[in-house]
Design a binder for this molecule. Structure first.
Ligand SMILES: [Zn+2]
Length: 216
């Protein structure tokens, strides 16, 4: 994808959607969009979403270099850079501070695979980082997130929030909705017993979504 006003506007629209959906508020949360194998667009630090303009976004190399933009990229830039550098299949990342995801991030074990939609869109369970890492520890947070994500499409950062990925901004947005819905369901059922989706069906659901959905 070329760096264009359209691409930058799509990122800002996704930021405003995130606020409208109640997935974050204030200047928390952030979004990145892969431009190519080496570069991403990323949202700036400390700019209110409703005031954000296309020129406020930053083009950052996946090697860590700032390539264009006068703003400072989000303090959580290393987790975006680390995911896009290690997962060529991911093109968009949305980081939210949504309530139920944040609640589950305080528990051990993340969200188990509770539904077919989790299997299809996320690849099963949503893992959680094993420890809290402050956002200002950029490199440590990025390393912890990449290690925890593995081959999934979402994860929770301990005591912090959710990271939701996709092959497009639209898919990352649906991922945000599935993660928050699944976290809400898990908080409701975890004390009363539940049946997670069994492993063969987790893999089958993911493969169906990636390779056969809409074709059979
Ligand atoms: Zn955050």
């Amino acid at each position: 994808m070329n760096d264009s006003v359209q691409a930058r506007t799509a990122v800002i629209d996704a930021c405003l959607w995130m606020v409208r959906e109640g997935l974050t508020f204030g200047t928390w949360g952030n979004i990145s969009l892969r431009l190519d194998d080496d570069r991403m667009l990323i949202t700036p630090s400390k700019v209110p979403y409703e005031e954000m303009k296309p020129e406020d976004l930053i083009v950052m190399g996946l090697n860590g270099d700032i390539l264009s933009g006068s703003r400072l990229p989000t303090s959580e830039r290393e987790l975006h850079r680390g995911i896009l550098a290690s997962r060529p299949d991911i093109r968009a990342i949305i980081h939210t501070h949504s309530a139920c995801a944040m609640g589950v991030s305080t528990l051990d074990g993340g969200i188990p695979p509770l539904s077919e939609e989790m299997c299809q869109l996320i690849g099963g369970a949503v893992p959680v980082t094993s420890r809290f890492v402050p956002s200002e520890q950029h490199k440590e947070l990025g390393d912890e997130v990449v290690r925890t994500l593995g081959d999934k499409n979402a994860l929770l950062i301990r005591n912090h929030g959710a990271i939701c990925c996709g092959r497009s901004l639209d898919e990352a947005k649906v991922c945000c909705q599935v993660v928050e819905k699944s976290a809400r369901i898990y908080l409701a059922v975890k004390g009363s017993g539940y049946h997670p989706v069994e492993e063969p069906w987790v893999t089958a659901g993911r493969n169906y979504y990636l390779y056969a959905y809409g074709k059979t």
